[in-house]
Ligand binder design. Structure first.
Ligand code: F6R
Ligand code: ZN
Length: 188
């Protein structure tokens, strides 16, 4: 049998580098412009096209038995009054879970069940958020530094962005009068 070789990855907790880098995916505003509420604010920022987040995925087979892992960095910022966030997804294999360990910054881990229940966990340095099977998950950076977390999920999980790309999630996270507030998504 050909056994997969063990390996280490090194995370620098100050610089947020990931070594080896793995596959690096950048998501700019133009990759998710339709996901923000304030389309005027989107249009104002599109020429600049800021990087909203990036993530490094270690080179591990997308197969049952393996544990894929990733370091994600969501930069601080807002589009209008809506905080920078990840696209969010369900897993393609819906009965697969995930763990998010926060390394830096603060934010919210917004989850939605297939019955449209919403749960929100606080993310802050040291929090280990458990995303049970079936729940969609999105992270929102509500702070003023990068929100950095390390995630681990089953190799076969895959990603299903479809429903969230079409409808968004039921709640949005905004800043109003200096406060972080969670509101019903008017477009949902
Ligand atoms: C993997 C996972 C994370 C996210 C990453 C980017 O299942 O949940 O690695 O993929 O934080 O977020 P999305 O995939 O929503 O763009
Ligand atoms: Zn996931």
């Amino acid at each position: 049998m050909n056994y997969f070789e063990p390996f280490n990855t090194y995370i620098d907790f100050d610089e947020f580098t990931y070594e080896p880098e793995g596959e690096v995916i950048l998501r700019n505003l133009s990759n998710m412009d339709y996901m923000y509420q304030d389309q005027e604010a989107v249009n104002d920022k599109l020429s600049e096209d800021p990087v909203i987040y990036k993530f490094h995925t270690a080179d591990i087979p997308e197969e049952e038995g393996h544990l894929r892992h990733v370091m994600s960095i969501i930069y601080p910022g807002k589009i209008g009054n809506e905080f920078y966030m990840t696209k969010g997804h369900y897993h393609e294999e819906e009965d697969t879970a995930e763990v998010y360990f926060t390394i830096n910054g603060k934010g919210k881990l917004l989850m939605q069940s297939p019955d449209q229940d919403i749960k929100i966990l606080e993310m802050k340095k040291g929090s280990v958020g458990y995303i049970p099977p079936y729940w969609a998950h999105r992270c929102i950076n509500t702070g003023d530094e990068p929100l950095v977390f390390f995630g681990v999920y089953p190799g076969e999980a895959g990603h299903n962005y479809g429903i969230i790309e079409k409808k968004g999630m039921k709640k949005v996270v905004l800043e109003k009068e200096g406060e972080v507030i969670v509101e019903k998504n008017p477009n949902y």
